[in-house]
Every structure is written in C-alpha cells, then in structure tokens.
Design a protein around this ligand. Structure first.
Ligand code: 4AD
Ligand code: MG
Length: 476
C-alpha cells in the first residue's frame, strides 16, 4: 500500500519520490503551472501537487491528462516531495506525472449533457448534503465527523478496557422492551398483507421466533446478566427507537454505550460517567486537533475551549427536587418557559438548557427523579416517590447520559412491575438475577451520536451518523 497523505505530510521535504492517490478538491491553472489539491480523507489537509508546464505550452501527455481532470476526479500523481512556498503547508509535490484513475466527473458526462459532480468548490447546506449521503463524506465537514467518530469509538473501548470492563455483545433482536416505553420496532416474518385480508387476531406463536419480538431499545437488561457474573461490563452497539420525534437530537437508529457495574451504587455510577466524558473529551482534544480546529472555525465557535473547560471542571450535582425548585424560582424571577416546571414533570429541553446554561454554566448531573417518569428497573428510594436515577445534562444539548442504580431487591422489583402492569413471568430470567446472588449494581447509557454532536458542535444529529434513520427518512 502506498502511504496515506496524512503520513506523507509528516515527511521531510527531501525530494524523495512519492505517489499520491486521492480525489481532486480543487484545480488552479496559472500561466505556467497547474495546481491540484488532492485529498484522500486520511486527515483534514490535502496535499498540493504542482505541475510546471513548459513555456511553449509543451509537457505533452501531462497537459492532456490535466485538461481532463476536474473537481472530484480520482487521481494518481507521481512526483518529488519538496518544501512548499505556500504558507500553512510544509511540503508539496513537484509533480512529474498525473493519471486519471477513474473517469473524470463533469467532463465526459457533461459533453453528453449528463450530470456534473454535485460537490463543486462552494459551501453546501447541510440539508442539501443530507440528500447525497453517498457523496457527503468527501466534504471537509463530513470527513472530519467520520474521523472523530472513529477515534472516539476507539477511545470508548480504551476507557473501559483500561478499567477492567469486558465488552459484551447484547442482542439486536429481543423479546423484552427494556425501557417499557413502547417504542420498539417490530421484527416479524408474518405475511402482513395476508393478515390484513383475514382480519383475524395475530398469532405470534406462528411468527419466526414463536413470539412477538422487536429491535432492541437498549442492551441494559442483558448487560445486567453479565455484570452479575463478570462484575464490570459494557455494550457498544446499535439501538432502535420508533419515537416519532422530529428533533435535532433524536434518531430512530443510534449507537449506545452502556456500562454496567456490580457492587456500585449511584454515586459511583456518577463518578464513572463524569470520568468517562472527561476522558473522551481529552482524547478528542489530543487526537483530533485538526478536526476540532476546523469545527471551531466553521461550525461552532469556542468548541475547543468548551471541551477544555469541561475536562477541568467538576460536574454540578443536584437532586431532581432541587432542580425543580430552582426552575420554579427562575420562572417567578422572569425566565420564560413554554412548559411550566412542576414536581413530577419530565424535564423539557428548555429546562435542561436553563440548568446547564444559565444556572451551572457547565454539565449537571440530576438525580433522584420521580418514579412515574422513569423505567421499572430503577432502585426505589425510601421516600416512596423517587428512584435512584441520574441524567447527565450538558449545555447546548441537554441529556447526553441516562442511567440509574438498579433495584436489586426481588420483592420490591416484582411489586413495581405489577404496579406497572408488566407480566413478571416474561422477565423470569431478569428476576433470577435478584433471586440468586443479587448485588447492588448501576449503569448508564450514553448516546454515541449525542456525544459526537457535543464534540463537533454539529447542530443536527442526522449529520454525525453516516446514514441517518429517522421518522420518514431511510435513504438507501
Ligand atoms: O435515557 P435512555 O433511554 O436510557 C436507557 O436506555 C438506559 N437503558 C441506559 C442504561 O442505564 N443502561 O437512553 C440513554 C441515552 C440518552 O441519554 C441519549 O444520549 C441517548 O441514549 N438516546 C438517543 N440518542 C439518539 N436518538 C434517540 N432517539 C435517543 N434516545 C436516547
Ligand atoms: Mg433518558
């Protein structure tokens, strides 16, 4: 394999022969010299390839090839690595030959009246780019997002592996609704058209798995089984939610990281969440410097400073009850909320923004929520009203992490499930964890796309996942 542009840019300009392979970002033609800027996606920067043309217009083959090359073309350039006279780039290629690897866009097709390359050198709107998910990774923005995603995914594994956590693969097809929120996509091989015609009841015993199944909304319950055996585990996989929420922070298919820790209560879980986010931001700052500079300059001013501050800060911690008091006080003092805060309400994104932006000016961990607005498995507090839940909220985005200490007491868990009308028999395996060798344990879920949104400053979650799936949107 020839070296990547990222590697070539680090070499000294010692006139060594190099081969550059990539896609042309720009072509600039001066009188006696033509410049191609070639990018291979290995790093933010491209490499400049300079073709000196002879004054009499000679240079034969090269000139013919160069004439056929335009933005978006795939090329192979041979030349010598020399110091660059241009500022901002230490080296460039004094090119001796260029070859078109594939057919040039905008030339052959255009002559025949066909389409021209959609990504000409200009700013494109995110909406436009969302319509061409197969070409948008060739832009600076989406290339940078992809590299940050890749490096941060690696950092997730580094963090947990260094701390004795085992990576567990939980199922994608499942028979249990982990969050009890009823937002599961159904998985079936039943003939829906025939069922509709028959008008009868659906018999799930005839379905592929012999019962009703769906795509997982969370790997937590299965992760708990392994935490009750291996002590520290985490999952990192795709998660699906059929919520019809058309917002800038919801996807129907997203990736979630879920650690589960035995012998750990809520406070330890909060510490883990805080350490984890700081570790990830620190890695992004150190390993994705060029990308973050790009996002800071073009997407969200001040993003680097914000991440640095979070790494150095101590996250505020507040109970749900105190958070509501604070919001009510703010309401009386003139803050205008569309949804009036009251004890028992789910925090709305405007409330989260107030708590993190105006009040704490940084991340906030809210704990001990009313049981009614949280899932069945959370540990009940002695007050009979609240559960040991925690959400980590960050400025700009709101909830980035949701987690809890789990109810480890069999009797209390069963009675909560009955209260909610759940069938305990369906969860026999989950209750067994409380029957045999039960231990206090806690965990949380971090939405990977929300994390990438926070790091890059990208406004819409659909632009931090390669192929976004949301209500009404599943482009190829
Ligand atoms: O708060 P949630 O629903 O918690 C759980 O699923 C727990 N089982 C986690 C656990 O304790 N192991 O989701 C966790 C996180 C949210 O804080 C958010 O970051 C992300 O998952 N998330 C979404 N991200 C994108 N699109 C959606 N529709 C999301 N729903 C949740
Ligand atoms: Mg949540």
């Amino acid at each position: 394999m020839t070296p990547l542009i990222k590697e070539i840019l680090r070499l000294p300009p010692d006139s060594r022969e190099v081969t550059i392979r990539g896609w042309v970002r720009t072509k600039r033609e001066l009188k006696n010299i033509t410049f191609l800027e070639v990018n291979d996606g290995s790093c933010m920067a491209g490499i400049q390839c300079a073709f000196a043309l002879s004054p009499d217009g000679g240079c034969g083959e090269n000139q013919k090839t160069l004439a056929a090359i335009s933005t978006g073309a795939s090329v192979e350039v041979l030349g010598k690595l020399v110091p660059s006279p241009a500022s901002g780039q230490p080296v460039e290629v004094a090119a001796s030959s260029a070859a078109l690897v594939g057919e040039a866009p905008g030339t052959a097709d255009d002559a025949a009246g066909g389409p021209s390359y959609p990504l000409q050198k200009k700013r494109h709107s995110m909406e436009f780019l969302r319509e061409i998910p197969h070409l948008r990774p060739r832009t600076n923005t989406f290339g940078a997002v992809a590299r940050v995603r890749s490096r941060v995914a690696f950092a997730v594994h580094e963090f947990f592996q260094e701390r004795g956590y085992q990576y567990i693969h939980t199922p994608i097809i499942t028979a249990s609704d982990a969050e009890g929120a009823g937002s599961m996509f159904q998985v079936t091989t039943l003939d829906l058209a025939a069922l509709a015609r028959s008008g009868g009841e659906v018999d799930y015993s005839k379905d592929f798995f012999g019962k009703k199944t769906g795509l997982t909304v969370s790997g937590q319950l299965e992760a708990e089984t392994y935490a009750a055996a291996l002590s520290r585990v985490y999952t990192f996989g795709p998660t699906f939610r059929a919520e019809n929420s058309n917002t800038t922070r919801h996807l129907a298919e997203f990736w979630m990281i879920e650690p589960e820790t035995a012998f750990t209560r809520l406070e330890g879980n909060m510490d883990l969440a805080e350490d984890f986010l700081k570790f990830i931001f620190d890695k992004a700052l150190n390993e994705c410097g060029a990308e973050l500079e790009f996002f800071d300059a073009h997407i969200q001013k001040g993003i680097i400073e914000t991440l640095r501050q979070v790494v150095e800060s101590r996250f505020s911690r507040i109970s749900y009850t105190d958070a509501i008091k604070e919001l009510e006080k703010a309401g009386t003092a003139g803050a205008s909320f569309e949804f009036k805060p009251y004890w028992g309400c789910d925090l709305q994104s405007e409330h989260e923004k107030y708590l993190t932006g105006t009040a704490a000016k940084g991340p906030v961990i809210v704990a001990d929520y009313p049981a009614e607005i949280k899932a069945f498995y959370m540990k009940q507090n002695d007050d009979g009203k609240t559960v040991r839940a925690m959400d980590v909220l960050v400025p700009r985005l709101g909830e980035i992490i949701g987690g809890s200490e789990r109810e480890e007491n069999l009797g209390r868990l069963e009675s909560r499930m009955r209260e909610l009308g759940m069938n305990c028999a369906d969860y026999g395996w989950y209750l067994d964890l409380r029957r045999f060798g039960t231990v206090p344990h806690s965990g949380f879920g971090l939405g990977f796309e929300r994390l990438i949104q926070y790091i890059t400053g990208m406004a819409n979650i659909r632009d931090v996942i390669p192929f976004p799936r949301a209500a009404g949107q599943a482009g190829f």
